[in-house]
Ligand binder design. Structure first.
Ligand SMILES: [Zn+2]
Length: 397
C-alpha cells in the first residue's frame, strides 16, 4: 500500500496540470472539441496507444478511442475507461472565477467540467503511461466522446465503429461523478422540441387564425395527463428515486402579445423513463393525440398548420444486472461495496446495449455538476488515481 501512495503522489501533480489544460478547451456541447481531442491523442500515443477517431457529419467534433495493447499485441477482452469531453455552458455571471481557468483553492479545483467530467479524463491521461508496458494481461482502452450532455450524440458512432472492428471487451468504467461509488443503473433520458405552426390574425376574430399557443397548451395538458399515468405505472423494482418515470416541460416560447393570434409556439420537454416501455408509451400517445385530434382541427382554418416533434435525444437507460463483471471489478478496486442508482442519463446504457458489462464510477459529486463554481476535491481525484493504479496492478498480475 505505501508503494501505491508513492505512485499517487507522483502522478497527482501531473493530473492537476492536465486538468488545467483540459479546462482551457471550451468544449461546450455543440462546439468543436478537436483541439482537446488532439491534446489527448498526443498524450495517449506517447504512452504507446494506437488511436482512431470518429467524427460528426461536419467534422467539427470527434470521439477518440485509444488502445494500449496487452501481451502479444492482443486487443480483445480489454477494459474501457470512458468519459465525455463536452461540458454544459457557463454563462452565469455568478461565477467567482473564470470558468475556463482551473483555479486551485482549499484543496479543490474550480472550473467548468472539473467534476463533469474532465477530472476523470485527467486521471486517466495521467495514469496512461503506467499502463504502457507489454506486460498487461488484457488491453486498456480510453474512450472520449463528444456531445454527451445534449443526448449522447457521440458515443453511438464509437460503438458502431467498434462493432465493425470486431473487438470485444470485458468491462467499461464510465467516470461520471459518483463520489467513486459504483452506480449500477440509471434512467433513460429523452428530450424533445415540439413546434406548433398556426396562422396569425386579429384577436377580435378568432376564426381568422389558428392559435399555436392554444394548441401548445392543449398538447401540454395531454402531456401532464400522461405524466400522471406514468406515476401509476410505478416499477415493482423500485430502485430509482423517484421510483417512477418523470416528465417535465422546461420551456415554452410563442406568441407576440395579448391581441394577436399566435402563429408559432415551441415546447421543450423531457422524459426520464425507468424502462423503454415508459418512453414509448409517452411518444406513442402524444403523437396520436397530436396527429388524430389537434392537427385536423388546426388544418380546418389553415391547411399549412403543423405540429412537428423533433427528437433532440433519446438515450436508453442503464439497466441493473443481477451480477455484473464491471460492478464487481470496480467494487474490488475501490474497496467500496456501496451500489447506487441515478436518475441522470449517461452513456452507460449505450455501452451496455452493445453487450459490454458496464459500471459508472468516477470522482466528484453529481451535486457539483452543471453548477456555478463547479469544483472537484483533491481527495476525489486521488481516490480515482488509486482506482486506476489498482487496475493497472491487477492487469499485470
Ligand atoms: Zn457528465
Amino acid at each position: 500500500m505505501p508503494i501505491q501512495k508513492n505512485i499517487i503522489d507522483q502522478v497527482f501533480p501531473e493530473t492537476l496540470k492536465i486538468l488545467s489544460n483540459l479546462i482551457k478547451f471550451q468544449t461546450v456541447s455543440g462546439s468543436s472539441n478537436l483541439e482537446l481531442i488532439e491534446y489527448c491523442e498526443e498524450k495517449l500515443n506517447k504512452a504507446g496507444a494506437t488511436s482512431f477517431k470518429t467524427f460528426n457529419n461536419s467534422g467539427t467534433q470527434a470521439n477518440l478511442f485509444s488502445t494500449i495493447k496487452g501481451k502479444n499485441g492482443s486487443s480483445n477482452k480489454g477494459i474501457i475507461l470512458s468519459g465525455h469531453t463536452d461540458v454544459v455552458p457557463a454563462i452565469s455571471k455568478e461565477w467567482t472565477s473564470d470558468p475556463y481557468i482551473a483555479t486551485k483553492k482549499n484543496d479543490k479545483v474550480y472550473g467548468r467540467g472539473t467534476c463533469d467530467m474532465k477530472g476523470f479524463i485527467a486521471c486517466t491521461l495521467a495514469t496512461a503511461p503506467l499502463f504502457a508496458s507489454n506486460k498487461l494481461n488484457v488491453p486498456i482502452h480510453f474512450s472520449y466522446t463528444f456531445d454527451e450532455e445534449t443526448g449522447c450524440l457521440g458515443a453511438p458512432l464509437v460503438l458502431a465503429d467498434l462493432k465493425k472492428r470486431n473487438i470485444n471487451f470485458s468491462a467499461c468504467i464510465i467516470g461520471e461523478p459518483t463520489n467513486m461509488k459504483a452506480i449500477t443503473a440509471n434512467k433513460g433520458y429523452n428530450e424533445y422540441i415540439t413546434r406548433f405552426t398556426g396562422l396569425s390574425g386579429h384577436a377580435s376574430n378568432p376564426e381568422s387564425g389558428v392559435s399555436a399557443v392554444e394548441y401548445a397548451v392543449r398538447y401540454s395538458n395531454k402531456l401532464f395527463e400522461l405524466r400522471d399515468e406514468l406515476k401509476k405505472r410505478k416499477s415493482k423494482k423500485n430502485i430509482f428515486s423517484p421510483s417512477y418515470s418523470t416528465l417535465q416541460i422546461g420551456k415554452i416560447t410563442g406568441g407576440l402579445g395579448a391581441n394577436v393570434i399566435a402563429d408559432q409556439c415551441f415546447l421543450e420537454w423531457e422524459v426520464r423513463p425507468i424502462s423503454k416501455n415508459d418512453g414509448d408509451f409517452i411518444s406513442e400517445n402524444i403523437d396520436a393525440f397530436a396527429n388524430d385530434i389537434l392537427l385536423p382541427e388546426m388544418k380546418k382554418n389553415n391547411q399549412k398548420a403543423n405540429i412537428q416533434k423533433e427528437i433532440i435525444g433519446e438515450v436508453v437507460g442503464f439497466d441493473k444486472e443481477e451480477s455484473s463483471d464491471a460492478v464487481n471489478l470496480v467494487c474490488n478496486l475501490t474497496g467500496n461495496n456501496t451500489k447506487e442508482t441515478m436518475s441522470f442519463g449517461t452513456e452507460a446504457g449505450l455501452f451496455q446495449n452493445s453487450g459490454i458489462s458496464t459500471v459508472i464510477c468516477g470522482p466528484g459529486s453529481i451535486e457539483q455538476a452543471h453548477t456555478v463554481d463547479e469544483y472537484i476535491t483533491y481527495d476525489q481525484l486521488k481516490k480515482c488515481l488509486k482506482m486506476l493504479i489498482s487496475l493497472q496492478e491487477k492487469m499485470v498480475n
